[in-house]
Design a protein around this ligand. Structure first.
Ligand code: HEC
Length: 206
């Protein structure tokens, strides 16, 4: 009897230890969630966020040279991601929360044929930009968004970047983007998920 109590006690302790070992350390947690909040240097430059390739992917428009008389300003695929917290908020409310970040990474057009046929296939990663919504920080910028470019070249990208002037970036977004300066007309994933959380839809397809 006593022995079986002892055994049960030891087993329970072992379970607790294993559970504790599996939990991430608190600082690892902070680091992880911190990735989803824009960080700035004292001089106002944005620090390039980490881990954007693990954010939620929303679309990949491509503007190849072959469709732009050989001279597209950005002849690449534009892979667009939204940070996970803002994705959750969008699903629930249909709005881009204060703090929303979009990452746009450029990928060159590589091969134009594969075993599946002729087409446009991803080449190399060659550029990185961020858009960030913060109505207080950008009270002077149009619509409360600012735009940052961390380089149009292969990695390493710049570690920090200053907000671009409105005329260089925001103007185009104000003029032509469908929803709060974001080009949701090119991101079906954002369109079908808008408010989907309210209706209880899952993350996957419907
Ligand atoms: C000529 C118009 C135009 C200008 C100028 C422009 N953009 Fe965009 N941007 C677009 C379009 C169209 C999209 C939709 C996705 C795509 O094609 O890349 C987009 C999408 C984006 C996205 C993804 C989120 C969103 O809002 O849809 C980011 C980030 C972005 N642009 C950053 C920038 C930055 C940084 C600059 C300035 C250096 C800039 N853009 C200037 C047209 C423009």
């Amino acid at each position: 009897m006593i022995n079986s109590f002892k055994r049960a006690g030891t087993t329970a302790l072992a379970v607790v230890f294993v559970a504790l070992a599996l939990l991430p350390a608190p600082e690892a947690f902070a680091e992880k969630t911190g990735e989803y909040t824009a960080k700035f240097k004292k001089d106002g430059q944005m620090i390039r966020p980490a881990g954007w390739r693990e954010w939620v992917f929303v679309g990949s428009p491509v503007t190849p040279n072959s469709l732009n008389a050989g001279a597209a300003p950005f002849p690449e695929f534009h892979s667009v991601y939204i940070d996970p917290q803002s994705w959750a908020h969008w699903k629930k409310t249909g709005k881009f929360r204060e703090g929303t970040m979009f990452a746009k990474e450029l990928t060159s057009v590589g091969a134009t044929k594969a075993t599946s046929g002729k087409g446009f296939f991803n080449g190399e990663l060659i550029g990185f930009e961020i858009s960030h919504k913060d109505s207080k920080r950008y009270s002077k910028e149009s619509g409360g968004w600012a735009y940052y470019t961390f380089g149009h070249h292969v990695e390493p990208y710049k570690d920090t970047a200053a907000a671009m002037p409105d005329a260089a970036c925001a103007a185009c977004h104000t003029a032509a983007a469908a929803d709060d300066m974001v080009f949701t007309q090119y991101y079906p994933i954002l369109r079908v998920s808008k408010n989907a959380g309210r209706k209880g839809a899952g993350l996957g397809g419907r």
